[in-house]
Design a protein around this ligand. Structure first.
Ligand code: C2E
Ligand code: MG
Ligand code: MG
Ligand code: MG
Length: 284
């Protein structure tokens, strides 16, 4: 490692730099131009009511059509964007694009779905986020009730100042906890946060097994179902709406419905799709 030997050399030609490091550098270096050239775009994944199967919202998921690396998934670049701070301009673009596209849905259907936008810890740490969200809502005309902001537990428990969260909630948008169950939530603190909904990490959903038959002959490990039931009951006590992530099978839907989970998201209901397909879907 160039830096560990104390000479502080970060030049690209240094043979000791790992390939991964070079790739990280190349990705972060091409991000600002990519933003300017319109290489980023959003896909939307349905969020469906488990009781009646109607679509209530869509999560905006960012993608990057990179000129040399090709199609890139968020896992390839979001972490790098967070480390370099580029997540701030990227996140601003995502927020604005998602609100603009979601506003247009109102012309297509009587009950337009909400849009759910991921907000990185670093964005939430910046008090300017509140003014940005307010300005974007004004510019796009999206009613604040139709905007949900997803923050992870670690962002909520750490970098996001409570004042920022309160101000965002005061604007009228909804704050959701993303990937709930994978971090360390301080329940006493969680209770005091202006959070309205909770997204249950796909990890727990993946472990949901079919119920034993009438004879009880099927031997299944029901630990995950018990965890989900406990989390849903906790959420209900805190008056939070629960969305289960990563639903891939009808068995999972049945179990989640019987547990009393409100909403679901996953390949079973729909994979992330381009805005054109969302419009078609809404036009019926
Ligand atoms: P996430 O917010 O938890 O989003 C859900 C991820 O699960 C998405 O991956 C989605 O495509 C995937 N998924 C949905 N249904 C299923 C399913 O049934 N099975 C499985 N195995 N996976 C499913 P994606 O699009 O690759 O995004 C990964 C993560 O990147 C997101 O996780 C989110 O943390 C982050 N991300 C995406 N877009 C943004 C963004 O605009 N800003 C920020 N800060 N982070 C973003
Ligand atoms: Mg999310
Ligand atoms: Mg999630
Ligand atoms: Mg995630």
């Amino acid at each position: 490692w160039a830096k560990a030997d104390g000479r502080n050399r970060w030049a690209l030609y240094d043979p000791r730099r790992s390939e991964a490091e070079v790739a990280r550098y190349a990705i972060s270096a091409s991000m600002p131009a990519g933003l300017e050239r319109g290489e980023f775009y959003l896909e939307y994944q349905p969020i469906t009511a488990l009781e009646d199967g109607t679509m209530r919202g869509l999560e905006a998921l960012v993608r990057w059509r990179h000129p040399t690396f090709g199609a890139m998934r968020p896992d390839d670049f979001i972490g790098i964007a967070e480390d370099t701070g580029l997540i701030v301009p990227l996140g601003r673009w995502v927020l604005e694009q998602a609100c603009r596209e979601a506003q247009a849905w109102a012309a297509l259907t009587e009950r337009p779905p909400f849009v759910s936008v991921n907000v990185a810890a670093r964005q939430a740490a910046d008090p300017a986020l509140v003014d940005e969200v307010r300005a974007v809502l004004e510019q796009t005309g999206l009613p604040p009730q139709r905007l949900q902001l997803e923050l992870t537990e670690s962002a909520l428990m750490g970098p996001a100042p409570i004042e920022t969260l309160r101000a965002l909630a005061d604007l009228g948008c909804r704050i959701a906890i993303d990937d709930f169950g994978t971090g360390y939530s301080n329940l006493a603190y969680l209770r005091s946060l202006p959070v309205k909904s909770l997204k249950l990490a796909s990890l727990f959903v993946a472990g949901l097994q079919p119920l034993p038959g009438p004879g009880g002959e099927l031997e299944t490990d029901d630990t995950d179902a018990q965890i989900v039931a406990t989390l849903v009951s906790l959420a209900r006590t805190l008056r939070l709406t629960v969305t289960a992530e990563g639903i891939e099978t009808s068995t999972q839907v049945e179990r989640l419905r019987e547990i009393g989970c409100h909403l679901g998201q996953g390949w079973l209901f729909g994979t992330p799709m381009p805005p054109d397909e969302v419009r078609k879907l809404l036009l019926g």
